[in-house]
Design a protein around this ligand. Structure first.
Ligand code: GAR
Length: 209
């Protein structure tokens, strides 16, 4: 059984997909111990409350775009108290710094709405659309000190059609996010994720994390 701490700043559709996969036993040996948001009225907290999953607003606004300083320590304390094995970033819109990374080495996983290493940063689906790319997608990856730069665990591609808008494209990407994120979490629970430098193996291997 692995225990997850889910961090999110917004709607929480990825959190909901993971929770639903657990409830319907599509994935097993996984439980969500705590959901934490840096946004007081974030929908992700309401969704967690509706599912009776412990949830907490912990302010992080000492810094604008990162989680750092005393507030980073507040997050570490809450995640350690909840005894989590993995931290799942599900739309958490802050850079993760060394304090949290060192407290949970190789245990922090993020979903990003682009085929990394293309289009890191914000509004990545819009970046792909504006660039004229023919495919967009999503990436589940380990978090390191860079921006969306850690080793890639899984990706799914989505074709960009001529009539796509930012909204239609993000919606199509999110359908894929809700599939691959729970799949990766199952691989973690099964001990089937092995990190070798930049490469992550998930087939016929035993975990080294
Ligand atoms: C998701 O599309 C996720 O990939 C993205 O935020 C959205 C959160 O949606 N994350 C990032 O852009 C991180 N850089 P959700 O709150 O409905 O899960």
């Amino acid at each position: 059984m692995i225990k997850l701490g889910v961090l999110g700043s917004g709607t929480g559709s990825n959190f909901a997909a993971i929770a639903e996969s657990i409830k319907s036993k599509k994935i097993n040996s996984v439980e969500i111990s705590i959901v934490i948001s840096d946004v007081e009225n974030a929908k992700i907290l309401d969704r967690a409350a509706a599912l009776d999953i412990p949830n907490k607003y912990i302010p992080a606004d000492d810094f604008k775009t990162k989680l750092d300083g005393k507030q980073e320590q507040d997050y570490i304390n809450a995640l350690k108290s909840a005894d989590v094995d993995y931290i799942i970033l599900a739309g958490f819109m802050r850079m993760i710094k060394n304090g949290l990374l060192n407290a949970f080495p190789q245990k922090i996983v993020n979903i990003h709405p682009a085929l990394l290493p293309a289009f890191p940063g914000l509004h990545s689906w819009k970046q792909a659309l504006d660039y004229g790319a023919k495919f967009a997608g999503c990436t589940v990856h380990f978090v390191d000190a860079g921006m969306d730069s850690g080793p890639i665990i899984a990706q799914a591609a989505v074709p960009i059609e001529d009539n796509d808008t930012a909204e239609t494209l993000h919606a199509k990407i999110q359908i894929q996010e809700h599939i691959i994120f729970p799949e990766v979490i199952q691989l973690l629970a099964d001990g089937k994720v092995k990190i070798e430098g930049r490469k992550v193996k998930t087939e016929n291997c035993e975990s080294n994390i």
